[in-house]
Design a protein around this ligand. Structure first.
Ligand SMILES: NC(=O)c1ccc[n+]([C@@H]2O[C@H](COP(=O)([O-])OP(=O)(O)OC[C@H]3O[C@@H](n4cnc5c(N)ncnc54)[C@H](O)[C@@H]3O)[C@@H](O)[C@H]2O)c1
Length: 422
């Protein structure tokens, strides 16, 4: 067992339950299992200090175990106060000897205290999901910068923040944008967020989706997945966008596309996935139907303007665990799920393990890459090397028992030549 001062979790007694669930998840994570076995022998991260600010879930536990098997000295804190699974935090500490600073429902003060506890570990590599470690290092822990090799970033919102830092010349060490790997966002953002967001909405409300009007705000990787799964449930799906290309794509994928003010007036559900602020605002709430359910799957709880909702309402009650029902002066009731935080993590269990297997295999391979190659990288946001993406896809296909064709010599020559035509 780890030193009791070196962690802060809800209840160590939950460790057995967390361990059982983490092992269950591992069965759906064959790529991580292969990497743990390979790196367990090679130990490419021997003694490398890593701090991870990630959702504390069973899949993250398996990522941390893989890095530890590769030799890393790793600690974790939460990247969202509502996504921590306390039993997993307990298993990490008690069963896998990985210090964790995270409790589900922790307040803002505890959240930042935990981030700083993870930074007291003096990481040379950070793993972020929303750039909180990197931004804290740059804003108040600059003594750590000199030793930093680099960091990885898991999600779209974090990559946007870090690219903004790099553009201002403020980023002091290299970052690899794991989010931008094809084997991450094509599957995790689309199929992972798609399935788990619907799961969160259903668990939170138990309202039938079939036959309802469900509006998806933002038709990016996450929005596409949410719309696809909602359509599969029989919803009448509306998409709202600000980007004409994405809006066109949504229209040709068969969804109705219109401004949110129009959509809000007919929606039973409104789900945001934009990475943007106040996309659902006062003017939309003013026209929503009685009973409209609002949920967010974007990274921060700013997509729905909750202060505006609070100001408009005359009463609030909690009819179910993850539902807050606001009553407006005209009697309409508007329902907000999971306090506007990531509904798929707060009201369900986050992404299914099989997609996190690929995202986290990218994390492991990028951390190993940083540990050996960081010297050659400049202080900007880097793409995941194409070979890593290819390797993750190859390992996943092999684990799924799917084989594919190979280019013949003739085809390779044809595809790389400009002389040969019809
Ligand atoms: N819930 C999860 O588990 C999970 C998983 C992955 C990513 N994310 C987060 O989800 C968010 C979206 O990620 P993504 O990969 O889909 O990003 P993306 O950039 O591919 O898509 C975002 C879309 O939102 C649109 N948009 C922006 N402002 C808008 C507005 N006011 N109205 C309508 N549309 C608007 C953009 O035009 C874009 O098409 C990010 O915050 C990301 O960090 C969440």
């Amino acid at each position: 067992m780890t030193d009791s001062a070196a962690f802060e979790i809800r209840d160590p007694a939950l460790a057995d339950e967390g361990h059982r669930r983490t092992e269950w998840a591992l069965q759906e994570m064959p790529v991580l299992r292969q990497l743990a076995s390979r790196f367990g022998k090679q130990r490419p991260l021997q003694g490398v200090r890593i701090s991870g600010c990630l959702h504390i879930t069973t899949e993250t536990a398996n990522l941390a175990r893989t890095l530890k098997a590769a030799g890393a000295d790793i600690v974790l804190c939460a990247s969202n106060p509502l996504s921590t699974q306390d039993d997993v935090a307990a298993a990490l500490v008690e069963r896998y000897e990985i210090p964790v600073y995270a409790m589900r429902g922790e307040g803002n003060e505890a959240y930042y205290r935990h981030i700083n506890a993870a930074l007291d570990h003096r990481p040379v590599i950070t793993m972020d999901d929303g750039a909180d470690l990197v931004s804290e290092i740059h804003q108040s822990r600059s003594e750590l910068i000199d030793d930093m090799l680099g960091g990885t970033e898991e999600t779209t919102t974090g990559v946007i923040r870090l690219r903004a830092m790099a553009a201002e010349g403020a980023l002091k060490f290299p970052i690899i944008a794991v989010n931008d790997a094809m084997t991450k966002h094509l599957f995790d953002n689309r199929y992972g967020t798609g399935q788990s967001t619907l799961d969160g909405v259903i668990r939170a409300t138990n309202i039938l989706i079939a036959g309802k009007t469900l509006t998806v705000v933002g038709y990016g990787w996450c929005g596409r997945g949410i719309a696809l799964r909602a359509k599969g449930h029989g919803a009448n799906v509306v998409v709202t966008e600000v980007d004409p290309l994405r809006a066109l794509e949504a229209a040709m994928d068969g969804y109705r596309v219109m401004p949110l003010c129009e959509a809000a007036a007919q929606s039973d559900f409104i789900i945001t996935a934009t990475g943007d602020k106040h996309v659902v605002d006062k003017q939309h709430m003013e026209v929503m139907k009685d009973g409209c359910v609002m949920a967010n799957s974007g990274h921060f709880n700013v997509e729905i303007n909750i202060p505006a909702l609070e100001a408009m309402s005359v009463g609030k009650q909690r009819p179910r665990g993850s539902v807050e029902e606001y009553t407006l002066a005209d009697g309409r009731r508007l329902r907000l799920l999971a306090e506007g935080r990531l509904v798929n993590l707060a009201a369900a269990e986050g992404h299914p393990s099989a997609v996190m297997d690929m995202s986290f295999a990218n994390q492991v391979l990028c951390v190993v890459y940083l540990a050996s190659q960081a010297q050659g990288l400049d202080r900007s946001v880097h793409n995941v090397p194409a070979e890593i993406d290819q390797e993750v896809a190859r390992l996943k296909l092999a684990a799924m028992d799917i084989s594919i064709d190979e280019l013949t010599g003739e085809q390779r020559r044809y595809l790389s030549s400009w002389r040969e035509g019809t």
